[in-house]
Design a protein around this ligand. Structure first.
Ligand code: PLP
Length: 379
């Protein structure tokens, strides 16, 4: 199989990630933070080590600013539902995932908040930043914006948008689902208030693990409350981080696998991985751009303006039809449809047909890209 659906989740996972997950079951699989015996202590130490590793990788300041969640969706929900109050206004980008749009839409329907959408302009960061500024009003309390589109691969200048937010006293929450492990992210340096990310994509960890990094004094209400292994005498949820958000038995295999995924990315070099994947997509783009029967929705992948995600269609065919033929006849795995991001598709007028999305990984071979190009030409 040629797997080109790495934006959904990276596959295969590196051997050291698989080993680390297995070791968490075989060697120290007790409940972290719940017991003084050696196995529980060892499990707690492993969780702490990964927390430290994430803190360093994203320059998050203190390890307790790093909160383990079940994924980027939970991280985003925690911020959105945990800090917004009656009358607040929110600005989001035109490329947001349903993990952002749906919680906001619910709060809007409940009469709690309003929100506006700032258009992202491909290869024009100045215009994108202006569009955010133009949507601010006196009630704007939060900006939620993706670091890069999971459909069209456009990158947003989050450091500039964060600086703009701080100028206006607005908090910023960045959805780094598609960029964690792909692009450098400096939480402290860029003054990102909340960073939400997935462990199972560019960080090569297992599914079911994500992270929320909190870098400001405005601490959200927790989504869930319960056992934390700390302050057990109290009937109330602890206020301190990270325990305030980590109720229930932690996902030890996921956390260990995520730590190993970060080691893997560091050992291969994040910049090298990024350049490899971008080169893969540039070759695909070059092979298809002159073909009148292929619709490419973005400009040629550019290191400064894109991430390794390319959307396309075969003229006259639905995206589902094309992806089904790629799968059945050529054993190429690519995702079709709306990719949980209808808002992004509305910007490109593809909300009715969707797109076929191509996302390579560190394991994608250039010959796989050539096979994809030939298969699309035949289709
Ligand atoms: N945000 C974006 C941009 C995504 O691409 C995804 C997943 O595809 C998510 C959020 C949700 O991430 P998770 O699967 O970790 O909950």
């Amino acid at each position: 199989m040629i797997y080109l659906d790495n934006c959904a989740t990276t596959f295969p996972k590196p051997e050291n990630v698989i080993r680390s997950v297995c070791n968490s079951f075989r060697k120290f699989g007790a409940n972290p933070g719940r017991g003084g015996h050696n196995a529980a202590m060892e499990a707690s130490q492993q969780v702490f080590n990964v927390r430290e590793k994430i803190k360093d990788f994203f320059n998050a300041g203190e390890p307790e600013n790093v909160i383990f969640t079940s994924g980027c969706t939970e991280s985003l929900n925690t911020v959105i539902k945990g800090i917004l109050r009656q009358g607040d206004h929110v600005v989001i980008s035109s490329l947001e995932h349903n993990s952002v749009v749906r919680p906001l839409e619910r709060l809007k329907k409940e009469g709690l908040i309003t929100y506006d959408v700032a258009q992202v302009c491909e290869c024009d960061h100045d215009k994108t930043v202006d569009n955010f500024r133009n949507k601010f009003n006196d009630h704007t309390r939060l900006v939620v914006c993706t670091h890069a589109s999971n459909v069209f691969g456009l990158r947003l200048p989050i450091e500039r948008i964060a600086a703009l937010c701080h100028q206006y006293g607005i908090k910023i929450c960045v959805d780094a689902a598609q960029t964690a492990g792909v692009l450098p992210i400096d939480v402290k340096g860029d003054c990102i208030d909340y960073l939400c990310l997935s462990g199972h994509k560019g960080l090569y960890g297992p599914m079911g693990i994500g992270v929320l990094i909190i870098n400001c004094e405005e601490i959200p209400k927790p989504l869930k409350e319960g056992g934390t292994g700390s302050s057990s005498v109290s009937f109330e949820q602890p206020v301190f981080l990270p325990d305030r958000f980590e109720s229930g038995t932690p996902n030890l295999p996921g956390i260990c696998g995520l730590g190993a995924g970060i080691d893997f990315v560091k050992s291969r070099g994040m910049e090298r991985i990024f350049k490899h994947e971008m080169h893969f997509l540039s070759r695909v783009y070059n092979g298809l751009e002159k073909n009148k029967n292929i619709i490419l929705y973005t400009q040629k992948p550019d290191l400064n303006f894109h991430v390794p995600v390319l959307s396309l269609n075969v003229r006259g065919k639905s995206s589902e039809e094309t992806a089904a033929v790629l799968n059945r006849r050529y054993n190429i795995a690519a995702r079709a449809g709306l990719h949980c991001s209808p808002l992004a598709h509305i910007s490109y007028g593809t909300e009715n047909i969707g797109t076929v999305r191509i996302c390579p990984s560190v394991f994608s071979d250039y010959s796989h890209g050539d096979m994809l190009v030939n298969a699309l030409k035949k289709i």
